[in-house]
Write a protein that binds this ligand. Structure first.
Ligand SMILES: Nc1ncnc2c1ncn2[C@@H]1O[C@H](COP(=O)(O)OP(=O)(O)OP(=O)(O)O)[C@@H](O)[C@H]1O
Ligand SMILES: Nc1ncnc2c1ncn2[C@@H]1O[C@H](COP(=O)(O)OP(=O)(O)OP(=O)(O)O)[C@@H](O)[C@H]1O
Ligand SMILES: [Mg+2]
Ligand SMILES: [Mg+2]
Lengths: 256, 256
């Protein structure tokens, strides 16, 4: 059964794209057939894998409004087992256009269902909002992965995100599980990081992954070369952390 | 004439709230009568000033849907010259409700116009999107301040933001000027920060503020105490940078 994992958090800049790209890349290196879907109009996951988002024949926009099927927009990447369904700024138009379309919440789910057999993992990167695009991603998913930046504002927003996941579960996707909470941009030398990590483990206990992603400049340099960090600097602390995290994802069942 | 400055960037986590809160606080310390409007449903600017956003009698939500006037929701803060129009999660409802209301793009502008005489500065903190809430903030503003995190994805999103500002200027707010671009989370020891700063100054030349905000942990600790950094640790590099930046804002004319 294909594992469909949506990476979501309405708080901005917490490491959603960095997690989606590096998890997808590490899964591909482990020879798991993986599709990364970029549903953020910023197109950061697409450019993080080296795609020029201004020069796409098709994107997830065309799939959501029904002009193309998912296979028609899928592109290969530098990694043999990794494919990408890219996005770009056209997607901003979809937010408005989809409001009047039938089945507007389930358009991504319908597109994904048709490709189940082909991939072992489908990873979906979301924008920093709870708009119709994120609703589509949460409805298409079997589980949701929540990157949590080890900072105060990020922790504050978590309760609301959990409520939204509950709403989606009761209205569009009863099977939606929590893949887990991943602590990101952790700076061991600051009290703040330690406090946030402690509070997250207290509230969410075993739903928090063992692996913690440290703040590591190689992770923020890699996108400017259009590469996931494991292709940019495999020996960096950032790459090591995402490889360890991916092992956890492959081996563990969803956390609930 | 009241200076109405909207702090906006659809890229998440670039320092919008940190800039809005600390600019507003520094203006108040300089005894400029200042109103901070929080139009982000996350309510980070409100909690960054110590307000409990779950316990508000009124918020900017009520103003936008026409149930209350702006003065009815304004709260005092720890600083005598600083007032706050708070927000909370109810605002998510407004995004949907406003789509069917008349004059949906100019509701904040109409509310703000009535209070001009009372404040010398009005600062508006936006969510990480270009939704109807941000359109309202850009339509109400005389100028827009763009925090630019010194990282690759943030630089990528800038062209699109400038296009959106141009669209707002031609449709709803012909007088909208660029207050300037503020470099944030600058780490002098990394090449990435230096490269992004160089590219920003090349593209936008004198539209980039002289002051650069360094990455400084005191800035991310302050919100957990509900205080702007100048009340939390006035000697920190973060506080010094925001005080220097505020001097630039007070003295300089808009950049174009
Ligand atoms: N562990 C890390 N260490 C250092 N930098 C990081 C780390 N994770 C992410 N970054 C950098 O921090 C910035 C924010 O991360 P990213 O863009 O992945 O967050 P996001 O949640 O996807 O943002 P948005 O809300 O805009 O979609 C990026 O510039 C990224 O390169
Ligand atoms: N110069 C800085 N140094 C260190 N940390 C910072 C700095 N500026 C902001 N931060 C921290 O980085 C995180 C992101 O900043 P902030 O929340 O202000 O960004 P934002 O653009 O308002 O985010 P959003 O897109 O979610 O509204 C916060 O936890 C904040 O405390
Ligand atoms: Mg992202
Ligand atoms: Mg903010």
């Amino acid at each position: 059964m294909t594992r469909i994992i949506t990476v979501s958090n309405q708080k901005g800049g917490v490491g959603k794209t960095t997690t989606a790209v590096n998890l997808a890349a590490a899964l591909a290196v482990a020879e798991k057939r993986t599709l990364l879907i970029d549903i953020d109009p910023q197109g950061n996951a697409s450019s993080g894998l080296g795609k020029d988002t201004s020069d796409l024949d098709g994107s997830i926009y065309h799939v959501l409004i029904g002009e193309k099927s998912l296979p028609e927009v899928i592109l290969p990447t530098d990694l043999p087992y990794l494919s990408l369904a890219p996005s770009n700024i056209d997607l901003i138009g979809a937010e408005i256009e989809m409001l009047d379309l039938p089945r507007r919440e389930t358009r991504l789910k319908e597109a994904v269902v048709s490709r189940h057999g082909e991939y072992e993992f489908i990873i979906i990167d979301c924008p920093p909002s709870l708009s119709i695009l994120t609703v589509n991603a949460l409805t298409a998913a079997r589980s949701v992965l929540v990157p949590l930046q080890c900072e105060y504002f990020a922790l504050e927003g978590l309760t609301h995100l959990m409520k939204t996941i509950g709403l989606i579960r009761s209205s569009f996707n009863p099977g939606l599980a929590l893949e887990g909470i991943l602590l990101t941009m952790y700076s061991p030398r600051t009290n703040l990081s330690r406090q946030v990590a402690e509070e997250a483990r207290e509230h969410f206990s075993d739903k928090v992954f063992q692996t913690v992603i440290p703040r590591n400049v190689r992770l923020s340099e890699a996108p400017s070369f259009g590469k996931p960090v494991i292709l940019y600097d495999i020996r960096s602390k950032g790459a090591e952390a995402y490889l360890a995290f991916t092992k956890e994802v492959i081996s563990h069942e969803q956390k609930g």
